[in-house]
Design a protein around this ligand. Structure first.
Ligand code: ZN
Length: 290
């Protein structure tokens, strides 16, 4: 443990209700809770629900069931699914997101893309920027014009990392085909809205971290650059593959149905990290890692 822990105002646990929570999510929550404890920060539960095709009420309830079962507490945010729908859904903040989209339009930084997912998956080169489609084209996504900008990311470990947007993220989508703002924009907007100054997420989200810094720069939101980031290693399965929500056997719901206790679940995660590691609660698990 560090002798001198920096203090923070607020961090967040931010799951998406598009699958049952799995062991990898729990590791992330444990690290978040531990860094909040060390930094004397409040925790907000922030749930992303604008992926309207994939969001499912059963998955939403699963978030609360799992957090309560495993003994995670939070200071701010919805207490249950009904409270979420009524008071915290991202649908309540569409006006804020749309203002950011308007600002990008005013700065002439977005263009409409009519490529289908299938075309993009097949590697078809998107030529939509040159085609200059109307932004109002039905079913078009909006992409942001990205340049080879450098962004600076403040790391928990103390240093500032200079990063560039990877090729796969160039001209990322800021408004989806369904008309809703895309993840990078809503995540950035919500973190600023809630006054977050510490973000804990997996190493797989580095690209998003960079994209969000690019977006913040374009929007003139300097305060986003003051947020501290902690990217943690991911849990991997036996074959070394990344755990995903589709891997049903690692879902907490499934493990509970098998009769596993919270201690069993924390031990399972601990074992995946180091065979000799024993952890019966999130405090022990995170304490052994960060
Ligand atoms: Zn396109």
């Amino acid at each position: 443990m560090q002798a001198d822990n920096p203090s923070y105002f607020k961090t967040r646990i931010a799951p998406t209700p598009s699958g049952f929570l799995h062991l990898g999510n729990v590791l992330s929550f444990a690290i978040t809770a531990e860094l909040a404890r060390r930094g004397d920060a409040k925790i907000i539960l922030r749930i992303d629900d604008l992926d309207r095709e994939r969001v499912n009420p059963e998955y939403l309830r699963d978030i609360f069931d799992t957090l309560n079962f495993l003994g995670f507490n939070w200071d701010e945010g919805p207490r249950d699914a009904a409270d979420f729908e009524q008071n915290y859904s991202q649908l309540k903040r569409l006006e804020m997101y749309n203002k950011f989209l308007d600002k990008l339009c005013q700065k002439d930084l977005v263009y409409a893309c009519t490529c289908s997912r299938k075309q993009l998956n097949e590697g078809v080169d998107c030529k939509c920027f040159d085609k200059n489609w109307q932004l109002s084209t039905p079913g078009a996504a909006w992409r942001i014009v990205t340049y080879k900008d450098t962004v600076f990311i403040k790391n928990y470990q103390g240093e500032v990392t200079e990063m560039q947007l990877p090729g796969s993220m160039q001209n990322f989508v800021v408004r989806k085909k369904d008309g809703f703002p895309a993840y990078q924009l809503t995540s950035l907007a919500d973190d600023l809205f809630y006054g977050i100054d510490l973000i804990v997420r997996g190493n797989d989200l580095w690209d998003s971290t960079i994209a969000q810094h690019v977006l913040a720069k374009d929007l003139g939101l300097d305060e986003f650059g003051k947020i501290t980031f902690y990217h943690h290693p991911l849990l991997t399965g036996e074959a070394g593959e990344k755990l995903s929500k589709s891997a049903g056997s690692t879902s907490i719901k499934h493990l509970r149905e098998q009769g596993k206790s919270p201690a069993d679940i924390f031990n399972l995660i601990a074992e995946m990290i180091k065979p000799e590691l024993i952890a019966e609660n999130w405090q022990q698990l995170a304490g052994a890692i960060v």
